[in-house]
Ligand binder design. Structure first.
Ligand code: TYC
Length: 161
């Protein structure tokens, strides 16, 4: 046995004689020294708080908060309500004037305007056209203004189609 080997054997025997290491009393072993290394110095920059999720952003993947639910909201746009402009008969407004009004404000050709005028004359009322609310209201105002200017009692109303 070499001298070096004999020295190592002596150290092993000494360790064996002292028995197993008691962690409570262990001091100055290499592990003990590592355990008592000073902690990292405090960082000058404080750790960032976790970012709150942007509520306007749709979740793209599971971010560890449970299942991702992609909610797709159907947007339904109701079609605009329609209103018909109805002209009423009277005994004084000249037939020609009614035909002219139907051509001017309801864009009817002469034949159609004449047919509508006659229908009103015979049945008491007739539909001049069907429009969205604002347009129907404007047509009523225009016809009444024209009748008033001309001095005729022509009446026209709007009602839900
Ligand atoms: N009845 C009217 C006449 O005989 C003509 C007329 C038609 C008037 C239609 C109004 O909305 C009307 N002169």
């Amino acid at each position: 046995m070499s001298r070096d080997c004999a020295r190592r054997k002596t150290r092993v025997c000494a360790r064996a004689k002292r028995g197993p290491i008691d962690p409570a009393t262990r001091r100055n072993s290499r592990l003990d020294r590592i355990d008592r290394m000073p902690a990292d110095p405090p960082s000058p920059v404080p750790p960032k708080a976790p970012k709150a999720p942007d509520p306007t952003r749709a979740p793209e993947r599971d971010e560890g908060q449970g299942a991702v639910v992609a909610e797709k909201q159907e947007q339904r746009v109701e079609p605009p309500k329609l209103y018909q402009v109805v002209m009423l008969n009277d005994d004084y407004t000249p037939m020609e004037f009614v035909v002219l009004v139907l051509q001017e404000y309801f864009l009817r050709d002469l034949d159609t305007a004449t047919q509508i005028m006659l229908k009103i004359h015979h049945e008491g009322r007739g539909v001049c056209g069907v429009y969205s609310r604002d347009i129907a209201a404007t047509k009523v105002e225009l016809v009444q203004a024209a009748a008033k200017r001309a001095g005729h009692p022509l009446q026209c109303i709007m009602e839900a189609a």
